[in-house]
Design a protein around this ligand. Sequence first.
Ligand code: 5GP
Length: 146
Amino acid sequence: MTLHDPYDTSNIFARILRGELPCHKVYENDHALAFLDLFPQTPGHTLVIPKAEATNILDFPPDLFGPYMSAVQTVARAVHVGLGADGLSILQFNGTAGGQTVFHLHFHIIPRHAGVAMHGHGNAPMAVEADLKQQAALIVAAFQSG
Ligand code: 5GP
């Protein structure tokens, strides 16, 4: 996919947004949905996607960045608290040449612990279902704790 290919409504994240595919949801509001990555670079790796259709950062409506980035920050806070992370790596890729593999705009929130390496992007094993369930519960609880 180049940076200028049109939005493909059959991409995996569009299907998750429509409820056609399952996900471990941790947060949702009018503008964004956040769920756990199936191939986490560290445990608790979370994706925040906008509800608006956008292939990458270039075609996202500028007036929606405020609410979308606010959701990214909200989820980052909950991932930090829920997973007890010492740090957060927040990543975002655009176009095949830029490392993007799912063509619906998203930010990766990757919890980090001091001295612990993360798997490379696109080079992580599939998560165990029970672990995802447990990590999602920790993040959701962090929202509820304020
Ligand atoms: P990108 O490479 O586009 O920046 O990130 C896409 C992310 O989606 C990757 O980290 C990949 O592990 C994740 N991913 C791919 N397929 C699925 C899926 O079916 N469900 C979930 N939750 N994550 C997925």
